[in-house]
Write a protein that binds this ligand. Sequence first.
Ligand SMILES: Nc1ncnc2c1ncn2[C@@H]1O[C@H](COP(=O)(O)OP(=O)(O)O)[C@@H](O)[C@H]1O
Ligand SMILES: [Mg+2]
Length: 338
Amino acid sequence: MSRARHVLVVGGGANAEHDVSNGSAAAVREALLASGHLVTGLTIRRDGGWETVSGTQIGIAAAIQRLRESDVIFPALHGEGTEDGTIAGLLDVVGVPYVGSGVRAGALAMDKWTSKLIAERLGISTARGALVDGESTHGDPAAVPLPVVVKPVASGSSYGAARVDRAQDLDAAIAAAQQYDTRVLVEEFVTAREIDVAVMRGATGELHVAPPLEIGKDTEQLFDTALKYDAAPDFRVPAAVPQVVRDRLSAAAKAMYEALGCAGVARVDFFVRDDEIIFNEINTMPGMTEHSQVPRMFAVDGVTFPELTARLVAAAYARDARRSEKRDAEDSRRRRQP
Ligand SMILES: Nc1ncnc2c1ncn2[C@@H]1O[C@H](COP(=O)(O)OP(=O)(O)O)[C@@H](O)[C@H]1O
Ligand SMILES: [Mg+2]
């Protein structure tokens, strides 16, 4: 398959993760250039408008025209209003192949409450918790044993997430998380190692699970925004875990990927306590700089960052071709009917 495809990378986004997404987009553009693609870019501004990579504002019609003129779109976008199915829906309507998950998987994964319910249904443990949804609650947030973690249901990069040790601090933490989402999770604090697993579906449909990555940090501490971005985090790949734990992580990560109906690469994050695994969250557009978890995991498997982005583009193209074939087959069947 020729690699000289025109790939348009979209970065930015009108949410708290705007800068993080721009970081991913810049790195993805560079990696795609290195793997021989023709690369252009667009940025979603903080106000929701669109601009070129050089900063010229363009209207939505012009942006759609550019999307349509490319072979494949690479949405390097994190967070609400982007990774949650919003961009996938736009690209479905525009009708151009794109890297990563579709509407359903993006929306289900972005919702930390829903993804927990799905994990539980699959027999994968999650932290006990309650949901605060405006005035109503599911479960009693005050009854979750302290310490707890309070976090917005649909956010990322640890924005709005905090550990609470004293009952009198709970309301303030909930109010802080509500700055990011009207729905807030109150979860028991899991004192455990944090280990991430990357799952990718390739162009021929097979699943590739990369070696797990451990986040080296104090188990009493959150992997918070400062730890994530202020200095290089301490990632250990492959995570030093017994084979039985690795198999368990891999099976659970694949089960979540399949249950949500993901495409492209997803990062499934777990807590690990001895040989017990607890699902935390799933990201359908995980961080995509060379130093982010997913590229680090694939690198250990011998897949360079440029190669990883090339595989994602090839997978997007193959998935689109399969969908078109199916549509054509349905069309011709309908035409044959009297
Ligand atoms: N129930 C929990 N117990 C312990 N730590 C948690 C819990 N939930 C979240 N954390 C910590 O907070 C971080 C951010 O929470 P996470 O659910 O991953 O949201 P985000 O989408 O912002 O990454 C996690 O990486 C972890 O360190
Ligand atoms: Mg996380």
